[in-house]
Design a protein around this ligand. Structure first.
Ligand code: MRU
Length: 341
C-alpha cells in the first residue's frame, strides 16, 4: 500500500494527514474530540467523499469513548448529538450521513455500545479499502492498452480510506501493464489536482501532466484522450452525479469529442433518497478560495463571487458508473437498482 495515509484509527484517537498543506508539508494531526473532527472535515484537512465518511465514523467512535458512563440510552443520546454536529460539516458528500447513520443503527439495542461503535467505524474504513481495490479490478475491462486519461479533482488514497476510486482504477491499470498516461485537471479553486493528484501519481510512478481545467477541450482535440474518469460525492437514483465543480464541463467536452466519461465510486456514494440531481444539495464555499492564493489577493478588493464546490453531471452525459458491485450502464435507474439489491 501507500507510504502515507488519509486517516488512521490509533485506538483512542484519529490521525489524519493535513491535506491543506500538501504537497509542501506532510503533517499528521491527531484528533480526540468529535467536534474537532467535524471542523477538520469542514476546513478540508480531510476531504473526498469516502474519506469524509470514514473520518465521520471515527468521529462517532471518539464520541462513544467520551460518552459519560451510564445507560446505553444516555450514550446513544451523546452519539446522536455528535452525529448531528458531524453531519453539518459538509452537505454534498452523502458518505458523511451514510457513515453516521450506519454507526447509529449498529449501536441500537446492544449492551456494549462503545465497542460496537468502534467496531462499526473500523468496518466502514476496511470495507472502503476493499471496495476500492475491487473497483480497480472491475474497471480494467474498460481501460485499453496505452490509455490516455483525463482525471478531475483528487480521488486517490488521500480521498478515501485507502487505494482510491478513479485514481485507483488508473492505478490498477498501471499495475496491470496498460501503459497509462494521465492528464490531471488542476481543479480550481482548491487545486486538488495539482496539489494532491500530482503528488499521488508521482509517488505511484504513473506518468502525467497537469493541465488547467479550461484546457481539457483543447487536449481532447489535439492530443487524443481515450477516456475521462472522475469520482463522485453523491449519485442520485437516476445516475445524476454530484462531483467537484468542473466535472460537468469535462463531461460536456467529452461528449463533444465522443470520449467515454466514467464516474467511479463505491456504492456508499449512492443516494436512493435523491431521485435526481436537483435533489442534491450543492455546497457553496467562501469567496477567499477564489479571490486569494496562499493569502495573496488576486482580484480587486470587493469582487463578488459565486463559489459552488460541486456541480451535477446529468446522467445522459455518463457512459458508465464503475463500482465495487459492478459496472452500472444506462438506463441507470434500473442498473443501479439491480446492482444494489
Ligand atoms: O471538495 P472535495 O475535495 O472533498 O471534493 C472531492 C471530490 O469531488 C472527489 O472527486 C469525490 O469526493 C470523490 S473522492 C474518491
Amino acid at each position: 500500500m501507500e507510504d502515507y495515509y488519509s486517516l488512521k484509527w490509533m485506538g483512542h484517537s484519529l490521525s489524519m494527514i493535513d491535506q491543506r498543506r500538501l504537497p509542501l508539508e506532510e503533517v499528521y494531526l491527531e484528533y480526540t474530540e468529535p467536534r474537532d473532527v467535524a471542523e477538520a472535515i469542514r476546513t478540508m484537512v480531510v476531504r473526498g467523499a469516502p474519506a469524509i465518511g470514514s473520518a465521520a465514523g471515527f468521529g462517532m467512535a471518539l464520541a462513544a469513548l467520551q460518552a459519560q458512563s451510564g445507560s446505553s440510552e444516555s450514550i446513544l443520546r451523546d452519539l446522536e448529538k455528535a452525529g448531528n454536529i458531524l453531519k453539518a460539516a459538509r452537505p454534498t458528500a452523502v458518505n458523511l450521513a451514510w457513515a453516521i447513520n450506519r454507526v447509529l443503527l449498529a449501536a441500537q439495542g446492544v449492551s456494549d455500545v462503545r465497542e460496537t461503535v468502534i467496531a462499526e467505524a473500523i468496518a466502514i474504513f476496511n470495507e472502503d479499502v476493499q471496495a476500492n481495490i475491487q473497483i480497480g479490478l472491475n474497471g480494467l475491462e474498460l481501460i485499453p492498452q496505452n490509455a490516455r486519461f483525463i482525471h478531475h479533482c483528487n480521488t486517490g488514497a488521500l480521498a478515501t480510506s485507502g487505494y482510491g476510486t478513479a485514481l485507483g482504477a488508473i492505478r490498477t491499470a498501471h499495475e496491470h501493464g496498460r501503459n497509462v498516461f494521465v492528464y490531471v485537471d488542476e481543479t480550481r479553486p482548491r487545486l486538488q489536482g495539482s496539489r494532491l493528484t500530482a503528488w499521488e501519481l508521482q509517488k505511484l510512478g504513473i506518468p502525467f501532466k497537469v493541465i488547467v481545467d479550461g484546457a481539457s477541450g483543447h487536449v481532447m482535440r489535439t492530443r487524443g484522450v481515450d477516456l475521462c474518469v472522475v469520482g463522485c460525492d453523491r449519485i442520485a437514483a437516476n445516475g445524476d452525479t454530484a462531483n467537484k465543480v468542473g466535472t460537468f464541463n469535462l463531461a460536456l467536452a467529452a461528449r463533444a469529442h465522443n470520449i467515454p466519461f466514467y464516474v467511479v465510486g463505491p456504492t456508499s456514494t449512492l443516494d436512493k433518497n435523491s431521485p435526481d440531481g436537483i435533489a442534491i444539495p450543492v455546497e457553496e464555499r467562501g469567496a477567499d478560495e477564489i479571490l486569494t492564493i496562499e493569502g495573496q489577493t488576486i482580484a480587486p478588493i470587493g469582487t463578488p463571487v459565486f463559489n459552488p464546490a460541486f456541480d451535477i453531471t446529468p446522467h445522459d452525459y455518463i457512459t458508465s458508473i464503475i463500482t465495487e458491485k459492478g459496472i452500472f450502464r444506462p438506463p441507470f435507474r434500473e442498473s443501479i437498482k439491480m446492482g444494489t439489491l
